[in-house]
Write a protein that binds this ligand. Sequence first.
Ligand code: ZN
Ligand code: ZN
Length: 94
Amino acid sequence: MEDINDIRLGSTIPFTDQELQRWTALQRIKAENQKLRNLVSCRICRINRISCVLQCGHLTCRNCAEPLVCCPVCDTPIRNKYCVYLHPPYLKEN
Ligand SMILES: [Zn+2]
Ligand SMILES: [Zn+2]
């Protein structure tokens, strides 16, 4: 129950069991969402989506990959970079 300390909803405390269940479910979804965002985010700038794979296999966005001469994660000299498409344009609705 230590999670209860993180609730910042003020006046709605105390929670009913149902509210607490809903809140817990919401936190789980938020955490999952954050995890997925991290997975597709560039490790260097943490802003852009991954769009390049370095020859060592590490992933960055195109902006960060551009000036790289060695991988910031594993120090492998980079001679080749490849574009990857997580969301290919042909999957767009319009
Ligand atoms: Zn980046
Ligand atoms: Zn690497």
